[in-house]
Design a protein around this ligand. Structure first.
Ligand code: GLU
Length: 314
C-alpha cells in the first residue's frame, strides 16, 4: 500500500502490522516495567502483541495478541462509560475534563483545585468515578466485569487478585489521593471500598484481541458492532473519545496527539488502545514503559501505524 493512504482492507492491515512489528523490533526490551506494583515487576519486558478489530468484523493480529496482561488504567475508560450512564452530565460537577499536564498519580493539582480532579482518566479522577459506580450499584465489581466481558465477547475475562492485592499493599500514593479527595467531600463511599474497587478494575486481565473488540463501540458512535445495539449514545461516545485524546496518556497527551493523532488510552501494564472513529480499534502491548508511564514500544508502534495507513483524525 502507499504510505499515508488511508486503507483498512484485511490484506493491507496484515502487511501494515508486519511492517510495524519490523519497525519496533529494535526497541522491544527498552524502557522499564511498572515495578512500583510489585506483581507487575515480573512481567517479561520483551513481550509484544498487537490487534486491530475493524467495524467490518475483521480481527488482524501479530505477536502475543492473545496473551492476557494487566490493563491497569485502560480500565478507566470502561468505568467512565458506566459512570456516565449512571449519573449523566452531573458527573462533571465532581470531575473536570481538562488535561492535567501532570503525572497520573500527582497530588499537587488536587490541593489547588479543592478535590475536583482535572479529568476522569488520572488516578484521582478514577477514584471519583469508582465512587459514582459504587453508589449506583450494590454489585459494582460484578457489573464492571459483566460489562467488559460483554464488550469483549469473552466470558473468561477476570480480575487478577494477586495484582489487586499487590497494588493495595504498595498503594500509598493512591491511598493518599483518595483520602485527599475524601477530605474535600468528593467521595461518598468508604475510602477503602473505593480503593478496593479501583485496584480491582486496574487488575483486569485482557489480551490485545479482547481490548480491540471491547473498544469497538467507541469507534462506532457508541453502537456494538456485533449486535447493532447502542451501548451508549453517539454524543457520549464522542465525549469519551475526546477525553481519551486530550487526557488518555497523562502528561504525554500532547505528544501522542502530535505523533499518533487518535483517541488513545494507556496503562502501566504496557497496553495502549487507540480508536479510529468509524473504522477500527487498535491495541498494542509491550510492557517496557517510558518515563511518563506509557509503553515505549506501543507509542512507536502507533506512530508507525498511523504513518503507514494515514488513519488519524487529523
Ligand atoms: N493502577 C495504576 C495506578 O494507580 C494505574 C496507573 C496506570 O495504568 O497508568 O498507579
Amino acid at each position: 500500500m502507499n504510505p499515508g493512504s488511508p486503507s483498512s482492507s484485511r490484506a493491507d492491515l496484515v502487511e501494515v502490522l508486519d511492517q510495524v512489528h519490523a519497525h519496533v523490533r529494535p526497541l522491544i526490551g527498552q524502557g522499564k516495567v511498572a515495578s512500583y506494583i510489585p506483581r507487575l515487576a515480573n512481567v517479561p519486558i520483551d513481550r509484544f502483541g498487537m490487534a486491530v478489530a475493524t467495524l467490518e468484523g475483521e480481527m488482524i493480529t501479530i505477536g502475543a495478541a492473545d496473551e492476557p496482561f494487566s490493563i491497569q488504567s485502560i480500565s478507566k475508560v470502561f468505568t467512565l462509560t458506566l459512570a456516565l450512564e449512571a449519573l449523566g452530565a452531573d458527573l462533571w460537577k465532581r470531575v473536570g475534563r481538562e488535561p492535567s499536564g501532570n503525572a497520573f498519580n500527582s497530588l499537587v493539582q488536587l490541593e489547588r483545585e479543592r478535590g475536583i480532579p482535572r479529568n476522569p482518566l488520572i488516578n484521582a479522577g478514577a477514584h471519583v468515578i469508582a465512587d459514582v459506580i459504587l453508589s449506583s450499584s450494590p454489585n459494582a465489581r460484578e457489573d464492571l466485569l459483566g460489562f467488559v466481558r460483554e464488550r469483549a465477547d469473552n466470558a473468561t475475562i477476570s480480575m487478577d487478585e494477586d495484582v489487586a492485592r499487590s497494588e493495595r499493599e504498595a498503594g500509598f500514593r493512591n491511598i493518599a489521593l483518595a483520602n485527599f479527595v475524601r477530605s474535600f467531600n468528593n467521595l461518598d463511599n468508604d475510602v477503602d471500598a473505593v480503593l478496593d474497587f479501583y485496584f480491582h478494575q486496574c487488575a483486569l486481565q485482557m489480551s490485545c484481541v479482547d481490548l480491540a473488540r471491547a473498544f469497538l463501540f467507541l469507534a462506532n458512535r457508541g453502537v456494538c458492532q456485533r449486535s447493532g445495539r447502542a451501548v451508549i449514545n453517539p454524543d457520549r461516545a464522542k465525549r469519551i473519545n475526546a477525553l481519551m485524546m486530550t487526557c488518555g496518556t497523562y502528561d504525554a497527551a500532547g505528544e501522542f496527539a502530535f505523533r499518533v493523532g487518535l483517541p488513545v488510552k494507556s496503562g502501566v501494564g504496557g497496553g495502549i488502545v487507540a480508536v479510529v472513529p468509524n473504522a477500527m480499534a487498535v491495541v498494542v502491548w509491550s510492557p517496557g514503559l517510558d518515563g511518563k508511564g506509557n509503553s515505549l514500544v506501543g507509542a512507536a508502534a502507533l506512530d508507525r501505524f498511523t504513518a503507514l495507513t494515514g488513519l488519524s483524525v487529523f
